[in-house]
Ligand binder design. Structure first.
Ligand code: DX5
Ligand code: ZN
Length: 228
């Protein structure tokens, strides 16, 4: 069981990029806890999105923590730039890090919180040796690359096992889940053990962000009260 208050991390991938500052102001006023920023390189994932200049621009217009999800082949080469741009968390895919311990240290040397993420097909065992150094564990509930995909149900069990690993090892890492999260499966994701819910299309495709975020919070609270 996990009774920590759940955080909501809207993914700006689903925002209107032509009006990004307005979108961010609206989402901050609506009660978001983190701003999730999806960085894709067209190589590790089949899509291209944004780089450090946008993170730097975002840092100037919001006080929300910037939760930067690096879906890129060679994260070590870009960690200094993303750190200087103002990232709060830098989360790397284990699939892209042959020297994951070194990569985590590099993130921390730059004064940034270190996140580790796993694709749906990647086993949790890769986390065990580095969990003590992680500030955040991100479980992907879709194959990364695009917003608006369907949540993969087999991931519920993986979230529960990740929660066990975090509890068992006394890790301080937040457990975040990303991909296909909607109001109607949020309670299940929280019940499985999530601390942070990433949601892109489920928030930005609605007209009232505050109401939507509130609905996510109610679902999360309901999940906790059932499990208590
Ligand atoms: C997928 C990204 C997600 C995505 C979530 O590769 O990492 O953060 O934006 O979008 P939704 O909530 O629409 O699945
Ligand atoms: Zn993401």
């Amino acid at each position: 069981m996990n009774a920590r208050p759940v955080k909501i991390a809207p993914s700006i991938l689903a925002a209107d990029f032509a009006r990004l500052a307005d979108e961010v102001a609206k989402i901050e006023a609506a009660g978001a806890d983190f701003l999730h920023v999806d960085v894709m390189d067209g190589h590790f994932v089949p899509n291209l999105t944004i780089g450090p200049p946008i993170v730097e621009a975002l840092r100037k217009v919001t006080s929300l923590p910037l939760d930067v999800h690096l879906m890129i082949t060679n994260p070590d080469a870009f960690i200094p730039e993303f750190a200087d741009a103002g990232a709060t968390y830098l989360t790397v895919h284990t699939e892209t890090c042959p020297h994951l311990h070194r990569t985590i240290q590099l993130i921390k040397e730059h004064g940034v919180k270190a996140g580790i993420t796993l694709n749906p097909a990647t086993s949790l065992t890769t986390l065990e040796e580095v969990i003590a150094d992680a500030d955040l564990v991100l479980i992907m509930s879709v194959n990364p690359g695009f917003g608006g995909q369907k949540f993969i149900p087999a991931v519920y069990d993986k979230i529960a096992r990740a929660r066990d690993l975090i509890t068992r090892t006394g890790s301080r890492a937040l457990l975040e889940v990303d991909g296909g999260i909607k109001i109607d499966n949020a309670a299940e994701v929280v019940k499985a053990g999530a601390d942070v819910l990433v949601a892109g299309s489920a928030i930005f495709n609605t007209s009232n962000y505050a109401e939507t975020i509130q609905a996510f919070r109610s679902a999360a609270t309901q999940a906790h009260s059932v499990s208590l």
